[in-house]
Design a protein around this ligand. Structure first.
Ligand SMILES: NC(=O)c1ccc[n+]([C@@H]2O[C@H](COP(=O)([O-])OP(=O)(O)OC[C@H]3O[C@@H](n4cnc5c(N)ncnc54)[C@H](O)[C@@H]3O)[C@@H](O)[C@H]2O)c1
Length: 262
């Protein structure tokens, strides 16, 4: 596909596209024929992802924005509107500071986690709804986490924010159904991205524990970002037209496993 061709899958906006899961999602949607607007707070990262997708023959446009800021989300919507009708919005951008129990986390960090992980979903969706409503096949995919369903020590704002994403997904699905916009979420377990290592080390994990997570025979193995991107691609495709308001867990069985007594 060349730059001049129209996108066969409409426009997809992916936040947090600069690295990790967001980058994998952007690549997967571009490969399927979307023109992907790669949004990231870090300008270089957004540009690198978009350049890579174009080099692979896809259609992509970079866009620098902090998705916790309303005016910057509106600016993303303007860029997207200049390309065409938005069919898919993937709210992947998130931050995951650990070592943050309620007795340790400061108010500023608490507010920042909720602004980036939850408020951004509201702001980006609000900014793009006009464009998405003009078709009958819009999809919003939000990034939750297994932390919405089970607790690890010292993860209070992150766990609470991801629980909020699950509830907001349900709420938006109900409210947007008359506009024929589906809203779903994905809840990954441990995924092999830069932030996973920072998070695990912040909780005191050592290299051996990370190596165990990488063992594919172990329930709760460390997923590749593509494992999550593949599910996002399905959920945002026409094949998933009857999947709505729900959160799909993609954790290799992590939540299914009872802890062993040693
Ligand atoms: N990695 C995991 O194990 C894991 C597990 C469950 C859920 N998640 C969720 O998946 C999402 C992506 O995780 P990841 O591991 O790929 O993260 P990551 O830190 O590797 O990448 C996140 C990207 O989002 C961007 N970003 C952060 N704040 C932003 C903001 N305010 N505005 C715009 N862009 C911003 C960063 O610059 C970065 O490029 C997050 O929502 C995270 O909570 C990750």
């Amino acid at each position: 596909m060349s730059e001049g061709d129209g996108p066969s899958d409409g426009v997809s906006v992916v936040t947090g596209a600069g690295q990790g899961i967001g980058r994998a999602v952007a690549a997967r949607l571009a490969a399927r024929g979307s023109h992907v607007v790669c949004v990231d707070r870090v300008a270089d990262s957004a540009a690198r992802t978009a350049a890579r997708l174009r080099a692979e023959g896809g259609l992509a446009t970079e866009c620098t924005a902090d998705v916790s800021v309303a005016a910057e989300c509106e600016a993303v919507a303007e860029v997207a509107a200049g390309i065409g009708r938005v069919r898919v919005l993937c709210n992947v951008a998130g931050i995951s500071p650990f070592a943050t129990g309620v007795d340790r986390v400061g108010e500023d960090l608490w507010d920042r986690v909720f602004a980036v992980n939850v408020k951004s979903v509201y702001l980006m969706s609000r900014a793009l709804l006009g464009s998405m409503r003009s078709g009958e096949d819009g999809v919003v995919v939000n990034m939750a986490s297994v932390h919405a369903f089970a607790a690890l020590e010292q993860s209070a704002p992150y766990a609470a924010s991801k629980g909020a994403v699950v509830a907001l997904t349900r709420q938006m699905a109900v409210d947007l159904a008359p506009s024929r916009i589906r809203v779903v979420a994905v809840a990954p377990g441990a995924v092999d991205t830069p932030s996973s290592y920072t998070g695990a080390l912040g909780l005191g994990a050592d290299a051996t524990e990370l190596a165990i997570l990488k063992d594919p025979s172990h329930l709760g193995w460390l997923a590749d970002p593509d494992d999550v991107a593949e599910v996002v691609a399905f959920l945002s495709s026409h094949a998933a037209r009857f999947v709505n308001g729900t959160t799909v867990v993609v954790d290799g069985g992590m939540l299914a496993q009872l802890p062993r007594s040693s």
